[in-house]
Design a protein around this ligand. Structure first.
Ligand code: PEP
Length: 268
């Protein structure tokens, strides 16, 4: 009986994490107006009432970073951008720089999300340059990688993701300025997730690339998030897996109630 209970409700803090503090990040994508601050306020109140053993981040649309950070920054929830340009400034109409995100109160920026890669043709090289821009600005890059369904079905998932890891991270990446996010493209917004064995195998493969390139100490300190249809119902199981250091959450981050239920995985 006790064994069954343990499997149904795994404890995330028992695995060897090399001291990595988990991060649970919400990606609001192009959703949310100023009034959505009510959800942030609700989330902040929930996090303050019962602090999870994890960093908590919301990446709202760029227009909302400043008002959200001004109202609720330094209160247990950090804010970040969803993309930045690779240049520090210049004639790039419509773009925003990493320094602008920082100036608005952001501490993180997502780069290389699969929607950016597929809709805007962003290559690993572009993603690497964006991550480097984030580092120059003094904010943390969350670098997204992930295979398509066709690549997984062809048995190429680990090769594809390993290559993305190799080429999407700039040379000066380290555990302080970089977070990896493994997000299978076919799992984003679909309600589908890989098997737990597949998640563990992929995170192990990513960890191996990181330690090979940055050395064992640094590579083991870098956080690797899982993203793709993380919900309250599956979060505890996924977040308990080896080398899963948190989650990048899309749809379920829009409502404070759902996002906070995911954070329960990091509450005792
Ligand atoms: C995402 O957009 O990064 C994502 C993981 O979305 P969802 O959680 O909705 O699948």
């Amino acid at each position: 009986m006790a064994g069954r209970e343990l499997r149904a409700k795994p404890r995330v803090m028992t695995k060897d994490t090399h001291g990595r503090r988990p991060l649970v990040a919400g990606n609001w994508k192009m959703n949310g107006l100023f009034a959505a601050g009510a959800e942030v306020e609700s989330l902040v109140n929930r996090v303050r009432a019962s602090a999870p053993a994890a960093d908590v981040l919301i990446c709202p649309p760029a227009t909302l970073i400043r008002p959200f950070a001004a109202a609720w920054g330094q209160r247990g929830v950090a804010f970040g951008g969803q993309d930045c340009h690779h240049a520090d400034e210049g004639a790039f109409t419509g773009d925003i720089s990493a320094a602008m995100i920082r100036d608005a109160g952001g501490d993180y920026v997502i780069v290389g999300h699969s929607e950016r890669r597929s809709y805007y043709g962003e290559t690993d090289q572009v993603v690497s340059h964006k991550a480097a821009a984030a580092h120059r600005a003094g904010i943390v890059s969350i670098v997204c990688v992930g295979e398509t369904l066709a690549e997984r079905e062809a048995g190429r998932a680990i090769d594809v993701v390993s290559q993305q890891v190799d080429f999407s991270l700039p040379t000066l990446s380290n555990a302080g300025n970089t977070v990896l996010a493994y997000e299978p493209v076919w799992a984003i917004g679909t309600g589908k997730t890989p098997s737990t064995d597949d998640i563990v195998a992929m995170h192990h493969a990513v960890r191996t690339r990181l330690t090979a390139r940055f050395g064992a100490a640094e590579g083991n300190r870098m956080r690797i998030l899982y993203g793709g249809s993380v919900k309250p119902a599956n979060a505890r199981e996924i977040l308990a897996l080896a080398d899963v250091d948190g989650a990048l959450v899309g749809g379920a981050s829009l409502l404070a109630r759902d996002f906070d239920a995911i954070l329960d995985a990091y509450r005792s």
